[in-house]
Design a protein around this ligand. Structure first.
Ligand SMILES: [Fe+2]
Ligand SMILES: [Fe+2]
Length: 198
């Protein structure tokens, strides 16, 4: 029994690895700017996918959830035109995802993916504008999640994106107040997390 479940786990890992490569290539082929270094597929987006898989080892996620996260992560910055703040990139990335994902992956949870991408770069939550208050931070509890959106998809997308904040030279700690899930809060700034950036 144990052997079968181990085998199944390995098969799933392999399936997710192959899917990640396929979706990342698709996102790259359809991305607005192919010359970005930091936000390129090999760098930031690759790391964000890596952190999702790392969190899945600590908090069990269904294979369906992981597939939807691979779609969301791979496309979340596809609309970037530059490396800086690029305030409109979330909307543009969502537009690209909306066109491409259902064509190749008709079973994807498109509503949840698109809503997650559209809101992934909000600097503050819509409920409160005062810095320092609990409601300021752009975490899932501070948003009105529309009907039909699975909150786990935006929550994990935003968290794993933020775990890669350590790539910035001046950033040596991820602000846990900006994380939505318990597992990401526990993992952020751990030895395993920080070591990847040394
Ligand atoms: Fe982004
Ligand atoms: Fe990102």
């Amino acid at each position: 029994m144990l052997i079968i479940s181990e085998e199944k786990k390995l098969e799933e890992e392999l399936e997710l690895d192959q899917l990640t490569k396929q979706v990342m290539n698709l996102a790259y082929d359809n991305s607005l700017s192919k010359s970005l270094m930091v936000h390129g597929i090999e760098n930031h987006t690759g790391m964000v996918n890596y952190w999702m898989r790392e969190l899945s080892l600590r908090e069990p996620m269904s294979i369906n959830l992981q597939k939807n996260l691979i779609y969301a992560i791979s496309f979340h910055d596809s609309g970037r035109s530059e490396e800086g703040t690029d305030p409109q990139h979330a909307k543009r990335s969502a537009e690209i995802a909306k066109k491409i994902i259902p064509h190749y992956f008709p079973d994807a949870d498109l509503n949840s993916i698109i809503w997650g991408i559209e809101n992934h770069s909000c600097l503050r939550a819509p409920n409160d504008a005062v810095y320092g208050t609990k409601k300021f931070f752009p975490v899932i509890d501070n948003f009105e999640v529309p009907d039909g959106v699975n909150p786990l998809i935006p929550s994990y997308l935003w968290d794993v994106d933020r775990l890669d904040m350590l790539r910035f030279p001046g950033c040596d700690k991820v602000d846990e107040r900006r994380l939505s899930t318990k597992v990401a809060k526990e993992f952020a700034n751990s030895e395993c997390h920080v070591r990847a950036y040394r």
